[in-house]
Write a protein that binds this ligand. Structure first.
Ligand code: Q46
Ligand code: ZN
Length: 318
């Protein structure tokens, strides 16, 4: 198998694009796709101050690395869920990347707030860990973004994540989420930051190849709570379809993006939390209810790794 660009030995076949590429040309191809996605969907514009939600996995560390290579210098945020070795190793990988990129990373430890890991927090409020985790991460990441002057929150969701979520929303006709899977969710009244997904059109397999070929040291283990996630089942089904009809996932998501222009987002009256001002439905946001449930009144403190000896205005390192 020869590289379609340079004729040397190819290292990856991309059936969805009916092509094969060597390592250098694949890295160029993937970074160019991210760059095109950013410009086409106005994910980051001139003057924006982006920050990346990092987990230590291949997608978030890769998007962080790519953005800095493409000339979008971005800092990072990590929410340490307090899940033993998994969380500790994730933090090591993240601080290594922050040092490599010479960027700051803000770290919030769930145990510092609740004196419990996310699984125990979830048990106490009779939710599954992913539900409590999503709630805490959404809140904390938005708060750091707003409080520290960043205006775009970047996540590492890839094509497989988006296709699986879309399939789930369609299967159960979850109307309230169905039209919210755009690569860019606009900010709301200065309370909710803009959220964007530059890897929207890059598959899981492509991102794993990119991370390995670019020498990105990421945590291979998945979060121990991801095994039960329904999305893994949907990803398996979509992979089978992709196997027999390459390009299915891309078509699914691209078709959705066309539809989204005509789709209607269900409108509910949004209010602001009477305690903290976070946008919510009702008097109080879920995070404030959670803090109350644990009788917590103190604010949140963030460690800053890689920030003390590094100038946040420093130019990117390539
Ligand atoms: S981190 Fe959190 Fe995921 Fe772990 S607890 Fe579930 S949601 S699986 S992205
Ligand atoms: Zn609140």
């Amino acid at each position: 198998m020869k590289c379609r660009v340079c004729g040397q030995e190819a290292c990856i076949g991309l059936r969805a694009y009916n092509t094969a590429l060597c390592a250098d040309d694949f890295i160029f191809f993937l970074e160019k796709r991210v760059s095109t996605t950013i410009r086409k969907y106005h994910l980051i514009d001139a003057g924006d101050t982006p920050i990346v939600a990092v987990s230590g996995g291949k997608d978030s560390l890769s998007v962080w690395h790519i953005l800095n290579r493409l000339g979008y210098p971005a800092d990072g945020i990590y929410v340490d869920l307090g899940i033993g070795d998994y969380s500790r190793t994730s933090l090591v990988k993240i601080t290594q990347m922050a040092e490599k990129l010479q960027r700051k990373v803000y770290v919030l430890h769930v145990r510092d707030i609740f004196e419990k890991g996310i699984d125990e927090v979830a048990r106490a409020i009779r939710r599954v860990p992913c539900s409590a985790c999503g709630m805490v991460k959404r809140y904390v990441m938005n708060k750091i973004c707003i409080d520290r002057g960043y205006n775009v929150l970047i996540t590492g969701h890839n094509l497989d994540d988006e296709a699986a979520a879309l399939l789930g929303n369609l299967l159960y006709w979850k109307d309230e989420y169905l039209w919210k899977k755009s690569p860019s969710l606009e900010s709301k009244d200065g309370h909710l930051s803009k959220k964007v997904k530059p890897l929207f059109l890059c598959s899981e397999r492509e991102m794993a190849a990119y991370a390995v070929l670019s020498g990105i040291d990421y945590i291979y283990e998945e979060c121990p709570f991801s095994v039960d996630a329904k999305s893994l089942e949907y990803k398996g089904i979509l992979n089978k379809l992709e196997e027999s009809s390459p390009g299915t996932k891309l078509q699914f998501i691209k078709g959705y993006l066309k539809k989204i222009k005509t789709g209607k987002e269900e409108k509910r009256d949004m209010a602001y939390c009477e305690t903290c001002g976070y946008p919510c439905y009702g008097d109080k946001c879920n995070m404030c209810r959670l803090l109350e449930r644990f009788h917590i009144e103190k604010g949140m403190d963030f460690d800053e790794y890689g920030g003390s000896s590094l100038d946040s205005n420093q130019t990117m390192v390539t």
